[in-house]
Design a protein around this ligand. Structure first.
Ligand code: CS2
Length: 492
């Protein structure tokens, strides 16, 4: 079977336009989500209004995604999967691809190059290295600390971004936009704060700080599209439809949404031309909607799913007890925490659509994908809404269940085996969680050591009633099972 390349590609399936050779965007963290989201929207924008918006894609360490793309003349396909049908689309917007770990100097040079006017980021929540307790950049962490010594020692994307901006300040002072496309509250502001804290700690001179403060914009944005990993089945499906082999296709749902602040220091693609893209002054409210109603519930589905042996999100969501818990989480806890809602936003329609999206068996999103990195994700998803309810004297039972099922999956008490789906979840704090809980005399102490062990802000960790409720639920999970815990959390 021939492999996709520029001479055999089905250009009748091209989404939007091909990029010109000139690049205007540097993307750090090229992976599945960027390729199905910002890349697609940029192709659609260029079809409408042109522009030199080819993308330089930088992978952090792995060649897994970029090698096939390079072999395929930078082309790849999106396999759009939904209950309504399957579609394959061709994307052609990347013009240079490389790995930061192999060519660190090129990352800095690309950011400094004045022809580049936007740096987009998908470096995951943990890539911002914000401390779970203080929210400040973790200057002592093994990712960040070495990079403070200078650009040559910077390995983490955030550190490379910061040194790239230093280089730009020294060379041209051309304005630029840094656009976070990760699931974070006040994503732009958070990125700016992390970059500035890094630069201050690295003792760069005041002119550089001035440049970053005044010439670099960091718009907030809410991003949304469910994009699982690629597997052999994805490749086989594409092959069947195209009669060509794509070694790096991206499966994705049909739904897509991007809400951005229109605050670009040096221009931007005509993204508003893409369906699903909105420029708004209410981005932070949209971020809350997405982070809580979608992502917060997603975490709950994944941990309940992990503990009930559901390998995929739709198979978990199909379980009645999961659907009921999620419904309660949304209506009793998350939705009331968003005040005001964005203007014109219809919560019931949005929530119905969420339940429908989670039921996408054709897409088959993995439970373990969503359950991974919970220590970083839960900080964005449950802390503030839980604190809000506790302050009102109410118990956020479903958020306690989210935390309890996360603990049972990735930091199980001695003697409890959460099963194979949970074992597949990647958790950067797994070892630290095990260390923190070693020697706990019972489940209550186990949970207490986690809640006050530097993984969550002290404000939440010190809420004894919340810790107590989580411990009760972990106890039920380990004795009577997750379904019994869910029903307890529903007050049944
Ligand atoms: C998921 C997200 O990884 C996760 O925890 O909740 O990746 C989710 O699929 C996307 O944010 C959807 O836009």
């Amino acid at each position: 079977m021939a492999t996709l390349n520029r001479s055999n590609a089905p250009f009748e399936r091209l989404i939007g336009a091909s990029a010109p050779d000139a690049t205007g965007i540097v993307h750090l963290g090229i992976g599945q989500f960027h390729r199905a989201h910002a890349a697609v929207n940029t192709a659609l924008a260029m079809a409408e209004a042109g522009g030199d918006w080819g993308i330089v894609g930088v992978a952090n360490r792995s060649r897994r995604i970029i090698d096939p793309m390079i072999d395929q003349d930078y082309l790849y396909t999106i396999l759009q999967l939904s209950p309504e049908g399957t579609d394959v689309q061709l994307v052609d917007v990347h013009r240079r691809l490389f790995v930061a770990a192999e060519q660190p100097a090129d990352v800095l040079a690309a950011i400094a190059d004045p022809q580049h006017r936007i740096v987009t980021l998908t470096i995951t929540e943990k890539g911002y290295n914000a401390d779970g307790v203080t929210g400040n950049l973790m200057l002592e962490s093994p990712e960040i600390a070495p990079g403070l010594a200078g650009p040559d020692a910077a390995k983490a994307p955030l550190a490379q971004l910061a040194w790239g901006l230093v280089r730009r300040a020294q060379q041209s002072q051309a304005p630029i936009t840094v656009l976070s496309c990760d699931n974070m509250q006040s994503a732009g502001e958070t990125t700016a704060r992390m970059v500035l804290q890094f630069l201050q700690a690295a003792r760069v001179d005041a002119k550089v700080l001035d440049y970053v403060t005044n010439q670099v914009s960091f718009p907030n944005a809410m991003v949304d599209r469910i994009v699982p990993g690629t597997n052999e089945q994805t490749k086989a499906q594409v092959e069947q439809i195209l009669g060509l082999r794509d070694e790096s296709p991206v499966p994705a749902e049909a739904f897509t949404m991007w809400v951005l602040e229109d605050h670009f220091a040096a221009g931007r693609p005509a993204w508003q031309a893409a369906p699903g893209v909105t420029f708004s002054d209410e981005v932070e409210q949209y971020e809350l909607v997405k982070l809580r109603l979608l992502n917060g519930s997603h975490s709950l589905i994944s941990y309940l799913g992990g503990l009930s042996n559901s390998p995929t999100i739709p198979s978990a969501r199909d379980k009645e007890f999961v659907a009921r818990s999620v419904h309660a989480a949304i209506y009793n806890e998350y939705l009331p925490s968003i005040d005001p809602l964005p203007q014109g936003f219809d919560p019931d329609a949005y929530i119905d659509q969420l339940f429908h999206r989670w039921q996408n068996h054709a897409l088959g999103d993995k439970t373990a994908r969503v359950g991974s990195d919970g220590s970083a994700k839960l900080l964005q998803r449950i802390v503030e809404p839980a604190l809000r309810m506790l302050a009102m004297g109410q118990m956020p039972h479903q958020m306690a269940l989210t935390a309890a099922s996360w603990i049972a999956c990735v930091a199980p008490p001695t003697g409890f085996d959460p099963g194979p789906v949970a074992a597949e979840m990647e958790e950067p704090q797994r070892e630290n969680l095990a260390k923190a809980t070693a020697g706990a005399k019972d489940i209550h102490e186990h949970v207490e050591k986690i809640m006050t062990g530097g993984f969550f802000p002290a404000e939440l960790g010190e809420r004894a009633e919340f810790t107590g409720r989580i411990a009760e639920l972990v106890e039920i999970i380990t004795t009577d099972g997750v379904e019994a815990a869910a029903s307890d959390a529903l007050g049944e």
